[in-house]
Design a protein around this ligand. Structure first.
Ligand code: F6R
Length: 244
């Protein structure tokens, strides 16, 4: 596991964007596992700049996102499909037929989970999986649990996640309570993993994930068993580890 500590969010984003850009340049038909949330926004912005400058070509890239809220259509401004279009897909030359997210509007949970696992199987393995980190140690929407989920599953979001995500909705009552998420098993089958974490709210989860026991109570702790993980954390997120 490589750990890179940066001064702040901007430097974390720049270093993460550089790693993703290198992947896109070195293997133009890469399969990228992508995340939403505040953590990757800065990196996506820099990837868009790289594309606009002519340094990056996404025309053969496939992307497979980690998760989607259940009950939000792809055109809802808080859906992860919308987020990805706004922050990346609409601004680069990725082909929309090569872009995959769970369908939050599919009410048949078994059907949707099987469909998404088949997407991952048929297009994978994922070359580079980008991850943010939940304040409770979640990756994707794999919430603390008594076991590590292998494949795509429907998750009941925890109070901590609903509270953390309510900042993006008009009121907490509008935050969906369920999501479809890629499993920890699918994440672990990615060839390389890049986890980014910024801010003191992530410090406890990061410390437990990297140096605590490997337990499904801290889903990100599974990463300790992956052979190619890079962590880019800013000083605030790294603070508790630095103090150990
Ligand atoms: C989003 C996702 C989540 C977020 C995590 C951190 O696709 O999979 O695991 O990465 O909740 O969110 P932010 O970056 O908003 O702090």
């Amino acid at each position: 596991m490589r750990i890179i500590v940066t001064k702040n969010y901007e430097e974390m984003s720049r270093k993460a964007a550089n790693l993703i850009a290198a992947q896109v340049m070195m293997k133009p038909d890469s399969v990228l596992g992508l995340a939403t949330g505040s953590s990757p926004i800065g990196a996506y912005k820099l990837l868009v700049e790289g594309y606009k400058k002519g340094d990056l070509d996404f025309s053969d890239i496939t992307s497979i996102n980690l998760d989607e809220y259940v009950g939000l259509p792809a055109d809802h401004n808080q859906s992860y499909a919308y987020f990805m279009r706004e922050n990346l897909f609409n601004h680069v030359n990725i082909k929309m037929e090569n872009v995959f997210l769970p369908n939050g509007m599919e009410s048949d949970e078994t059907k949707e989970c099987e469909r998404y696992d088949e997407v991952i199987r048929s297009h994978g393995p994922i070359d580079l999986q980008l991850l943010g980190l939940g304040e409770n140690g979640h990756i994707g929407f794999n919430e603390p649990d008594s076991f590590f989920a292998d494949g795509t599953h429907k998750v009941s979001l925890t109070e901590s996640t609903i509270n953390a995500n309510s900042r993006l909705f008009n009121s907490i009552d509008e935050v969906p309570t369920f999501a479809y998420s890629m499993g920890v098993g699918s994440i672990m089958r990615a060839k390389q993993i890049l986890l980014i974490a910024s801010g003191k709210k992530k410090a406890d989860a990061l410390c437990k994930a990297l140096f605590g026991p490997v337990t499904p109570e801290v889903p990100a702790s599974a990463l300790q068993f992956h052979h190619d993980v890079t962590i880019i954390a800013d000083e605030a997120a790294y603070a508790l580890i630095a103090k150990r």
